[in-house]
Design a protein around this ligand. Sequence first.
Ligand code: CP
Length: 337
Amino acid sequence: MSLSKTEEPLEMGTKLIQGALTRKHVLDLDDFSKDEILEVLESSRSMKEVLGRDIKKVPALRGKVVVTLFYEASTRTRISFEEAGKVLSADVINMSASGSSTEKGESLLNTGLTIQAMGVDTIVIRHPHSGAPHLLAQQLDKVSVINAGDGLHAHPTQALLDLYTVQDKLGSLEGKKVVIVGDILHSRVARSDIWGFAKMGAEVVLSGPSTLIPPDLSPSANGSARSHFASFVKVETDLDKAIEEADVVMALRLQHERQQAGFLPSLREYIRRWQVTASRLERAKPGNMVMHPGPMNEGIEISNDVAHGGNSVIEDQVANGVAVRMALLYKLTVGSG
Ligand code: CP
């Protein structure tokens, strides 16, 4: 999906942002190069400058149309894409499965073709089925597709905002120890974060109950059962050991239905062994960062004092999400126009 078109740089505050990424879609970070990630992070920095102005409005995407197509609940991702588009002067149209012709049985593909026929430039999609954004990207030739979370598969824009947040605080990602704690098995955020942090040279350590570590990442898997993905990460089920000298500790939401499904001995046991607490964080590096993609179950995967404490950058993640999504919308929409 390379773009041959060279875009004029557009002044966006103090820096010039080059127009196009050499891609039409953002589906996951597995096919991003390190340079491409750096380019997005650099552009996000310029977008952050725009967001810091009294009047947060630039004409960069005037005349462009963005549709957010959400088949699953969202607060952060949906609002931040809408804000990102509006700050860039795009016309943003929000569509949920509820209240749309999806309720009458219209297929995802026909919904996508319908939206494309209306001259939309970019579709941002969240869908419960892994691969739904890929289907649209394969079948629609005139729109860019951004994956806002698909099934258990990927959440690349969350990972990019996580990378931005760490780079912003720590200066660099190279060699940083990033511990991701909790339900890795069902987390699309974890999968995209693993790609992103590993590509940027960070050391990624996963911690949680062995039942919530994907079998292909488990240290006990070997040979063909151990995936290519596994070479990027270490697994340490003992959180007290995992957290030693960590630069970043990221807690993931524990989905309560996992307990009913038999993945956990009990909620009390989970809290005792895997909750991110202030006493556990004493083992991490001084100045460590605590992250959570949200929404949080405070008191379960993360204690209340840590969630809102001095090391927490959880609200920074949310704020940075707008800048990162501005950068992506701008680069893809201008590039594919
Ligand atoms: N992190 C995240 O995707 O949050 P939302 O579900 O609120 O969008």
